[in-house]
Design a protein around this ligand. Sequence first.
Ligand SMILES: Nc1ncnc2c1ncn2[C@@H]1O[C@H](COP(=O)(O)OP(=O)(O)OP(=O)(O)O)[C@@H](O)[C@H]1O
Ligand SMILES: CC(C)(CO)[C@@H](O)C(=O)NCCC(=O)O
Ligand SMILES: [K+]
Length: 249
Amino acid sequence: MILELDCGNSFIKWRVLSAELGALVAEGVVDSDGALVDSLRSLEKISLGKCRLVSVRTEDETNLLIGLLRREFGISVVCASPAREMSGVTNGYDDYERLGLDRWLAMLGGFHLAKGACLVLDFGTAVTADFISADGEHLGGFICPGMPLMRNQLRTHTRKIRYGDLAAERALTSQAPGRNTAEAVERGCSLMLRGFVLTQLEMARSYWGDDYRVFITGGDAELVSDVAPEARIVSDLVFVGLAIACPLS
Ligand SMILES: Nc1ncnc2c1ncn2[C@@H]1O[C@H](COP(=O)(O)OP(=O)(O)OP(=O)(O)O)[C@@H](O)[C@H]1O
Ligand SMILES: CC(C)(CO)[C@@H](O)C(=O)NCCC(=O)O
Ligand SMILES: [K+]
């Protein structure tokens, strides 16, 4: 079986595919290397053969995880690496190695699915937008704080913004002006993300008219999906790109 990992700044998304058919066998989200090993150990009747991963963590952190996986499961691990051009997409950064690999893979996945111009939006710890033209040219993108960062900045830099996870979750059942702190902050930050999406859509339209696709991915994708009804939510877009960048022969 194949183990796939997307190592983000806050969480590791993992999934196990069957080697023959590529069917999904198991998946999860964990917050540490140790929790990942525990989750994988608890899977019954699964023997991992190979692993492919993408990481936006430091090289040291990524190497630690790779060493751990090799020791614990005896598997070979391949890691997505930066490229100037791949699968019809040209990296648009001045220094292509600086582009986040999660963005790069989501772009490869998006262009593969769209087979034309596309806008790729990722809502994780950070929020990113990337524009890929019909000929596969990456025009560039944007990075801004995601929901967890916006909310935590307010909590950290004010004295009276304090509320729990349950209040946060309840607050997001509506977009009306907040009548308590949790509602005011959660809805305010959610509106920032939604405004961001609308601006990206405007920009895409100015480049490509109606002739483009929109993909939304990341843990907070649902927060913005209704402002972009034309968008396709592809929660495993990074994994789609990972399979393209790291074929396991
Ligand atoms: N099952 C889940 N586990 C953890 N976070 C989740 C889950 N479902 C939704 N989320 C939300 O997703 C967000 C994190 O997104 P995601 O996991 O895509 O990014 P990340 O790994 O933290 O960071 P990034 O990929 O940007 O480096 C959090 O705001 C969290 O509330
Ligand atoms: C922007 C994030 C944090 C999103 O996960 C990641 O893609 C990253 O660390 N990128 C490196 C910086 C850049 O893409 O310009
Ligand atoms: K991500």
